[in-house]
Write a protein that binds this ligand. Sequence first.
Ligand SMILES: *Cc1c(COP(=O)(O)O)cnc(C)c1O
Length: 199
Amino acid sequence: MGVAALNNKIRVAVAAWEWGAYLGEEGVQRGIRVKTSSYVRFHHNSLMCSAKATGHYVNSILASHEARHDNYDEALLLDADGFVAEGAGENVFIVRDGVVTTPPLSSVLPGITRDAVIRILNDAGIPVVQRRFPRDAIYVADECFMTGTAAEVTPVRELDNRTIGKETPGPVTKMVREIFMSALRGKDPRYREWLYYVP
Ligand SMILES: *Cc1c(COP(=O)(O)O)cnc(C)c1O
């Protein structure tokens, strides 16, 4: 053991266990309540944002604890310039006037679910814009959802106690979630190559 960890022989450990809805079954059905965190997502010159590294999670854990302590389901982290970055363990998307926007890959983890969702949306003829936006773009969005291996596609119904859109989940979120969940179970031939058979 040591901070330098130069000669560690074990590089990978795999754990498998049963896991329900990460942000709660009610969250999936009705949407989650999210709070903008006082913790900032680390800058891409502080750590390698693209790496899903264990050490990075201290940032997410601090933000999650803060949000859950105040009875929110999840934290939203802003980047060092104050623009929306992502959830503690999820990428974030907004929908407004039929356009889907997600933060670009600078201070966020390039999630495989983010990638899958962008492809699903493009295949459905809905373009996805990757650009920075401030938190109030979420307040006035028609829909907001978060994506991740654990969260899958989870609708967001509130940010900072402000209700987002008219209904949660909104139509785009619902459509993306349905296609994603069916792809995940091998039921959508278009996305079969995302799955590997584990004997
Ligand atoms: C895991 C994670 C995500 C989602 O990535 P997936 O590859 O879709 O699971 C997003 N943000 C952070 C900070 C994460 O740790």
